[in-house]
Design a protein around this ligand. Sequence first.
Ligand SMILES: CC(C)(COP(=O)(O)OP(=O)(O)OC[C@H]1O[C@@H](n2cnc3c(N)ncnc32)[C@H](O)[C@@H]1OP(=O)(O)O)[C@@H](O)C(=O)NCCC(=O)NCCS
Length: 168
Amino acid sequence: MKIAPENMTIRTRVISTDPAAVEQIIISSGFFRPDEVPVAVELVQEGFDKGTDSGYEYVFIEVDGRTVAYACFGLIPCTLFSYDLYWIATHEDFRGKGLGKIVLLEVEKAVAKLGGKTIYIETSCLPIYEPTRAFYLKNEYLEKARFEDFYNDGDDKVVYVKRVTGDR
Ligand SMILES: CC(C)(COP(=O)(O)OP(=O)(O)OC[C@H]1O[C@@H](n2cnc3c(N)ncnc32)[C@H](O)[C@@H]1OP(=O)(O)O)[C@@H](O)C(=O)NCCC(=O)NCCS
């Protein structure tokens, strides 16, 4: 069942409890290797410590005061209008309730507002990521590239792209 909008708060500012909340979200998903967890947490800590100087942007969703979904994205260095979605995840207890879609739409709105034109997302071709790839396709991201054996033998990198502005 979808989460009712009145129980939901969307924010872009990082607060002190976010690194711990993101750690829980990432671990709960069961998708990431143990060495990836601190990488996600550090990116959020950096946003808290440095604000916009971190070079990263964030979207968080709280449900009844608990942070349960988030995304981290940013302008790709040495590009003018191209953004990378570095992380997106919904806490396992809240998956499939429409929060990931809201986070992604908020990211797209924020990128367009920042003057960005295109969002790039990289993911793995492994079967465990099938729902994730379905999620991107559903949200109108197009598969634009595939790099064979990128992460490991038989583990290709798949790159999805979406234009968030009409101009070219
Ligand atoms: C991918 C992820 C962020 C999606 O978030 P979510 O909150 O579960 O997604 P939503 O409930 O908003 O789903 C949005 C749409 O995507 C589609 N979708 C979501 N999960 C899907 C699945 N398992 N299979 C097929 N489609 C799916 C749904 O059709 C849904 O559309 P709807 O509006 O018609 O119901 C979340 O499942 C997750 O955290 N996965 C593990 C971590 C991960 O893979 N992150 C990305 C790599 S960094």
